[in-house]
Design a binder for this molecule. Structure first.
Ligand code: FAD
Length: 417
């Protein structure tokens, strides 16, 4: 039976390995580890996520997969509400989906927004009367038109924190989906999101080759004919005419190695935003009890501060603070901004921080706008006999989109067997 060759050991690639496990898949991964943007570090027996943090129980593809590989028993609810927002230099508490009484107008507006979100998203998922303006309009103009402008700053902050991009750049549909997840109970995995990657690799029995970077894919006449791999400095050319190849790489990474002009044109239109995630240790827990998660104003850096002892029920006296800083370009930001924002919350905290780890994600998430939807339509029309794309840029960017795209690609691959 033909093998499936998969490029990239992120969630998209390893999900595809799982769905095509009957074909003895082989995965080439350029770094020394699997997981890609799913990355957990273990401190004091607790896991801290420096990549993907959480998901919604309503994400159908991801949740079905968790059930299938028996990780459903590992689901851990993550209540992000209450949290605090650093807005115009002041820390404002937010609890049970509303502000304190000083902000009653904002709270009323948010209530209208939550109701509208439920109604619109249920239409979007059932596809009856799907309001097209949700993908044609950006979140900010849609919100101003349909809801108001008093509480917009909070939603802009949440969207910026979760998507690393301004709400005015994202489709209304993506903004609504992100807010719906954030304001509901979210879920993570008890022993870290990485468990998902490890279990999929184990169940798929895929052969994982690390330090093996794909450097060229030649497509000829609608067919992938060769693949070059640089494995620990040794170049190998693989003849692929009789095998299925799938890319689980972010779009800008495939663009670097694929020869096909039509595909290159579409992939080059996909815009990404990045972020850095800092993990700091403090001598004791330094943020207040309400500070499970803090979101700063969309314009401010950083955008998310996770007070890990609360966030993950740490039983340690020490504090662990995770800070997420969106950027367009890695040269755009400095660590001083992070310290300044933390100092606004707890004076002089900056001096007490010990850095444990920083992860940089230059391709953090693709922007979901009408342009991306058009690219997705074009990509869906392009059929290659033995070449497949999987990744978050093929749906509403999220872990669920990775699994959904892997499932779709696996159906084509298995049908061809
Ligand atoms: C900080 C952060 C927080 C996030 N939080 C959430 C969240 O809470 N919920 C959510 O749903 N989503 C979240 N996301 C998004 C989510 O992590 C991604 O959508 C998902 O992990 C993408 O998986 P992927 O397999 O498509 O790509 P990746 O995880 O990027 O995997 C691609 C893999 O390909 C490898 N690779 C690249 N080039 C080559 C090459 N030439 N040859 C071989 N291998 C190569 C890379 O090393 C990598 O391992 C977050 C993202 C970030 C960065």
């Amino acid at each position: 039976m033909q093998k499936t060759i998969i490029l990239g050991a992120g969630l998209s690639g390893v999900s595809l390995a799982y769905f095509t496990r009957k074909t003895s898949p082989i995965i080439f991964e350029k770094t020394g580890v699997s997981g890609g943007r799913v990355e957990s570090i273990i401190e004091n027996n607790h896991s801290i996520e420096t990549g993907a943090q959480f998901f919604s129980i309503d994400e159908p593809n991801l949740v079905a997969l968790l059930n299938k590989i028996k990780l459903d028993s590992q689901l851990a609810p993550l209540k992000l509400d209450p949290f605090s927002v650093l807005h115009e230099g002041k820390l404002i508490a937010f609890k049970n989906k509303q502000f304190s009484k000083d902000f009653s107008e904002e709270s009323k507006e948010l209530k209208r927004f939550y109701n509208l979100t439920d109604e619109l998203l249920s239409k979007a998922y059932t596809e009856e009367d799907f309001p097209k303006e949700l993908i044609q309009k950006d979140f900010v103009s849609w919100y101003k038109n349909s809801v108001g402008d008093k509480a917009l700053w909070l939603l802009e902050s949440v969207i910026y924190a979760i998507t690393f991009s301004r709400a005015s750049k994202q489709s209304a549909l993506y903004g609504l989906t992100v807010c719906e997840t954030f304001f509901q109970t979210c879920y993570t995995l008890k022993n870290g999101m990485r468990t998902l990657i490890s279990k999929l690799l184990q169940e798929s029995k895929a052969q994982l080759k690390t330090d093996a970077k794909a450097t060229k894919i030649v497509i000829d006449d609608g067919k992938a004919v060769s693949l070059s791999i640089n494995e620990k400095g040794k170049i190998q050319e693989i003849e692929t005419s009789n095998q299925n190849i799938a890319s689980g790489l972010p779009a800008p990474e495939i663009l670097k190695i694929i020869s096909d002009g039509k595909l290159r044109k579409e992939l080059s239109k996909i815009e990404y935003n990045g972020c850095a995630v800092h993990v700091f240790e403090t001598p004791k827990q330094m943020l207040g009890n309400d500070a499970g998660i803090l979101v700063t104003d969309a314009g401010l850096k950083p955008s998310v501060i996770l007070n890990e002892p609360n966030y993950f029920n740490f039983s340690s006296n020490k504090g662990i603070i995770g800070v997420l800083v969106p950027y367009k370009d890695r040269n755009d930001y400095s660590k001083e901004d992070v310290i300044l924002a933390l100092d606004l919350i707890v004076p002089n905290i900056g001096k007490k921080l010990k850095e444990i780890k920083t992860s940089y994600w230059d391709y953090g998430l693709p922007v979901h706008n009408y342009g991306l939807v058009k690219v997705q339509e074009k990509l869906a029309e392009m059929e290659y006999e033995n070449f497949h794309l999987v990744g978050d840029y093929l749906g509403l960017p999220s872990l669920d989109a990775c699994v959904e795209s892997a499932k779709k690609a696996s159906l084509k691959i298995m049908r061809g067997k």
